[in-house]
Design a protein around this ligand. Structure first.
Ligand code: 13P
Length: 391
């Protein structure tokens, strides 16, 4: 490990005017995001969506790096350039999420501990070879009746420090993320206390395990009212409380702090970060490493575009979509017909729209009422609704 190289990477991650985009949703989590906009969770859709984000023109003027997921770091652009190489070629630093998720903490009801230390050394070496230069680990701290417990805070801090030490050994900058969850009806003062205790435990553990702070980035949650709290702190209070809390715990030698959005809207999270950066000179740069708050608008637009341009035959035949989607048993016929027409260099487009491929159908949608039922689907029960007419 070269401390100089780690420090250089860490500083580049928080370069002035730049932040990090988190696109490291696990396959299960992105399934929920896609479902919210009606997109099927296939490997190709995940790849295409991440390509859209990573190849955004001039992205490197505002984004220093991106956190990828295990599947994503092995994927490529449609032209066959691995995402990590594409990023490096465009001046962005590839990062990777390396924890394997938060799991219930035994003996501590309602609390979680993040796992993923087993075999981590070998995984980090592989990720380095794949191009990653920083790695993220997220711990989850819930606030509720009598929680978080000291046990929860300690075990998560210990795991974060173990992962951080392994990262630095492998030449990767650890991005340590102890997320104090916004869910709950707690007030901002409670969030302050829990965040402070969590960060204290984290920096103690990092010190105990010889983690070099010059080569470490903190990914923090903001000090904010619980989502269900009647009294919501305003932008100034969130900014002042967050900065005060960080100043009281985080050593000045840390190269930078980035924030997660944690369920805040894009406007809200941007307003909070902007207000923090108006509070005068701080010991470290403060930037963003948002996931949802950066992606939400893009995801909605992409989904709309996908639905408009994807041939209907590629959509799944489900009972909900039966009346508007292209039945898969008919799409085979359309495909075959299209191929035959192309082979024969057929001239005009056939007038009967039922056999047209999806791209032609866009200008001439099928009349739902005239669409036949889907015998294969209903026979096999895949659509779960039986013959057409049942909902
Ligand atoms: P959100 O900004 O959506 O909270 O995600 C950031 C992240 O990386 C969570 O681990």
């Amino acid at each position: 490990m070269s401390i100089e190289l780690l420090a250089e990477t860490a500083q580049a991650m928080v370069a002035p005017g730049k932040g990090i985009i988190a696109i490291d949703e696990s396959t299960g989590t992105i399934a929920k995001r896609f479902a919210s906009v009606g997109i099927e969770n296939t490997e190709e859709n995940r790849r295409a969506y991440r390509e859209l984000l990573l190849t955004t023109p001039k992205l490197n003027e505002h984004i220093s790096g991106a956190i990828l997921y295990d599947e994503t770091i092995r994927q490529s652009t449609k032209d066959g350039v691995p995402f990590a190489k594409y990023m490096a070629d465009h001046g962005m630093i590839p990062g990777i999420k390396v924890d394997t998720g938060a799991h219930p903490l035994a003996g501590c009801p309602g609390e979680m501990v993040t796992e993923g230390l087993d075999g981590l050394r070998a995984r980090l070496q592989e990720y380095y070879k794949l191009g990653a230069r920083f790695a993220k680990w997220r711990a989850v701290i819930n606030i509720g009746e009598s929680i978080p417990s000291g046990t929860c805070i300690e075990v998560n801090a210990h795991a974060l420090a173990r992962y951080a030490a392994l990262c630095q050994e492998a030449g990767l900058v650890p991005m340590v993320e102890p997320e104090v969850i916004m869910d709950g009806d707690h007030d901002i003062e409670t969030c302050y206390e829990v965040t402070e205790a969590t960060l204290r435990a984290l920096f103690d553990a990092l010190y105990q395990q010889n983690v070099v702070l010059e080569g470490t980035i903190l990914k923090a949650s903001m000090v904010i009212s619980g989502k269900g709290c009647d009294e919501q702190a305003d932008v100034e209070e969130v900014a002042e409380s967050t900065v005060m809390c960080l100043k009281s715990v985080v050593p000045a030698i840390l190269p930078g702090i980035v924030f997660l959005s944690g369920g805040q809207s894009d406007e809200q999270s941007t307003a909070h970060l902007n207000a923090m950066n108006q509070l005068g000179t701080l010991p470290w740069p403060l930037s963003f490493s948002y996931g949802r708050a950066m992606q939400q608008a893009a995801l909605k637009l992409w989904a709309k575009d996908m639905k408009a341009t994807t041939p209907l035959r590629r959509r799944p035949c489900t009972s909900v979509r039966r009346k508007t989607a292209w039945p898969h048993w008919a799409s085979g016929k359309a495909d075959r017909l299209f191929r035959v027409l192309k082979q024969r260099n057929a001239g005009p487009v056939p007038a009967f729209s039922f056999f047209l491929p999806g791209s032609w159908l866009r200008s001439r949608p099928p009349d739902p009422a005239s669409m036949p039922s889907c015998p294969r689907c209903c026979r096999s029960g895949r659509c779960g609704s039986g013959p057409a007419g049942r909902s």
